[in-house]
Design a protein around this ligand. Structure first.
Ligand SMILES: [Fe+2]
Ligand SMILES: [Fe+2]
Length: 195
C-alpha cells in the first residue's frame, strides 16, 4: 500500500493537531509561571480547534464511527458513544476557551480562566486521541473492508474542501506562535512559580 487510507489520514491529522496542542501547552506553562501570554494567540487556538479539530477532523471521524456502527463491529457501540461524547465535550471546551480568551482580550485582566480552559481542553484531547489510536482505529483497521475505507477517503476530501487545509492551518498557527526571537532558555518545566 502506497497511498494513505482513511485511518492513516486520521492518525496523521492527530500528529498535526498535536503540534498546535504542544504550542498551547507551552504557552499555558509560561502563563502559569507568571509570564505574559497573548490572549489573541489563545483566541486563535480556540478558533483553530473549532474550525479544524471540530469542523474538519471530528467530522471525518464521525464518518468513520457511523460506518463502524453500520458494519456492526464488536464493542463499537459503547466505545463510539464514549469518543463521540468527547467530541461534544471538546466543542464546549473550545467555546469556553474562546470566551475566556475574548474576555482576557477585552478586559486585559486575569489570564487565569483562559489558562484553566486551555488546560481542560489539552487534558481531554490527550485521553481522547489515545482512546482512538489504541482502541477505535485498530478495531476499524482489523474489521472494515479496504473498499469501505477507500470510499471514506472521498468523503474526507469533501469535508476538507469545505474547511480548507488542516496542514496549512497548522503551519499558520506555528508561525503565529513563533517567538519574535529564539527563546533564551530551554523550556522550564516545574520551575519556580511566581505566585
Ligand atoms: Fe476524535
Ligand atoms: Fe481524532
Amino acid at each position: 500500500m502506497t497511498a494513505m487510507d482513511a485511518l492513516d489520514v486520521l492518525t496523521h491529522e492527530h500528529r498535526q493537531i498535536q503540534h498546535v496542542l504542544d504550542l498551547v501547552a507551552r504557552a499555558v506553562e509560561r502563563g502559569k509561571q507568571g509570564e505574559f501570554v497573548s490572549a489573541s494567540l489563545f483566541l486563535r487556538a480556540a478558533n483553530f480547534f473549532l474550525t479544524y479539530v471540530d469542523g474538519s477532523h471530528h467530522a471525518k471521524e464521525m464518518v468513520l464511527f457511523q460506518t463502524m456502527l453500520v458494519h456492526r463491529l464488536p464493542l463499537a457501540t459503547s466505545l463510539l458513544s464514549q469518543v463521540s461524547g468527547e467530541h461534544g465535550t471538546g466543542t464546549e471546551q473550545a467555546l469556553a476557551l474562546r470566551d475566556a480568551a475574548e474576555a482576557a482580550l477585552r478586559e486585559g485582566a486575569d489570564p487565569e480562566p483562559m489558562l484553566t480552559a486551555a488546560e481542560a481542553y489539552l487534558r481531554l484531547q490527550q485521553g481522547h486521541t489515545t482512546a482512538e489510536e489504541t482502541q477505535v482505529f485498530p478495531l476499524a483497521r482489523r474489521l472494515l473492508p479496504a473498499n469501505v475505507l477507500e470510499r471514506m477517503r472521498t468523503r474526507f476530501a469533501r469535508i476538507e474542501a469545505s474547511h480548507g487545509s488542516l496542514a496549512e492551518a497548522v503551519d499558520a498557527m506555528e508561525r503565529a506562535f513563533a517567538p519574535a526571537r529564539p527563546p533564551v532558555r530551554p523550556l522550564a518545566v516545574g520551575g519556580v512559580r511566581s505566585f
